[in-house]
Design a protein around this ligand. Structure first.
Ligand code: NDP
Length: 241
């Protein structure tokens, strides 16, 4: 039977590449988006991957959305990729409480929401794969991103704690920390700032979404059951720990 996979933020950028790649590996995959229905519909038409709209920052919306997605997919989610994320950059001395809260809610609390709602069924079945998309900036910090760096560093701690709680139940929980990848999120970075970032990447270029997806597909496989609680850096050599 095809494994059921759900990818949040799976209609654009890195998430879309992950959804395509999990489908190509034989999964019954679905993608969640938030506001960009036009992009989501185009993605659905092109790939045949069903899309669902809800806000991953909202627990009640996640509960209702997950219920309808699982009904459509024909069973509980076995592979959960917490990929949805946003940035609201500002220096801390200018950051608004709203910029702080939106990023913490969308990038970190979303992992709680989605895992809390999916893990019961995974524990009952004795199988699960959870992959949380963190960031290089949660590992090293980034100017103008106290909110984002805090959220993504939080994802790393969350991943390890949940991995410990879940290991005996056949559920692996890992984090993938990408460096700079050519997506809409990075297109929002001013040109000069992006040139400075590119100059710091030893590989000499931005990453491609498909390169992140390849790693996620590996971690999602049944055969990857001995890998848990790990953080995988995939950043072109920009930050080595
Ligand atoms: P994009 O901005 O290209 O796409 C974001 C996706 O997340 C969209 O599908 C969007 O839906 C969805 N989304 C955003 N907010 C919500 C929400 N509240 N509820 C549900 N879905 C939501 O992002 P990227 O592909 O660039 O990034 C994906 C992940 O990778 C993020 O977690 C990001 O932090 C992380 N990352 C990205 C890096 C990069 O260089 N691009 C580097 C390191 C980490 P919609 O289309 O409806 O808005």
């Amino acid at each position: 039977m095809a494994r059921i996979a759900l990818i949040t933020g799976g209609t654009r950028g890195i998430g879309a590449a992950i959804a395509r790649s999990l489908k190509a590996s034989g999964c019954n995959a679905a993608a969640v988006y938030h506001g960009n229905a036009e992009k989501a519909e185009a993605f659905r038409r092109e790939t045949g991957i069903p899309v669902f709209q809800w806000d991953v920052a909202d627990f009640a919306a996640c509960a209702a959305g997950l219920k309808s997605a699982e009904q459509y997919l024909g069973g509980p989610v076995e592979i959960l990729v917490n990929n949805a994320g946003i940035t609201r950059d500002a220096l801390l001395h200018k950051m608004t409480p709203q910029q702080w809260s939106e990023v913490i809610a969308t990038d970190l609390t979303s992992c709680f929401n989605m895992c809390r709602l999916s893990i019961g069924a995974m524990r009952e079945r004795g199988f699960g794969r959870i992959i949380n998309i963190a960031s290089i900036n949660g590992q090293k910090g980034q100017f103008g991103q106290t909110n984002y760096s805090a959220a993504k560093a939080g994802v790393l701690g969350f991943t390890k704690a949940l991995a410990l709680e879940s290991a005996a139940k056949g559920i692996t929980v890992n984090a993938v920390a990408p460096g700079y990848v050519a997506t809409d999120m990075v297109a929002a970075v001013p040109r000069e700032a992006l040139a400075r970032i590119e100059a710091q990447i030893p590989v000499g270029r931005l990453g491609q979404a498909g390169e992140i997806a390849r790693l996620v597909q590996f971690l999602a496989a049944d055969e990857s059951g001995f890998i848990t609680g790990a953080t995988f850096s995939i950043n072109g050599g920009q930050y080595m720990i």
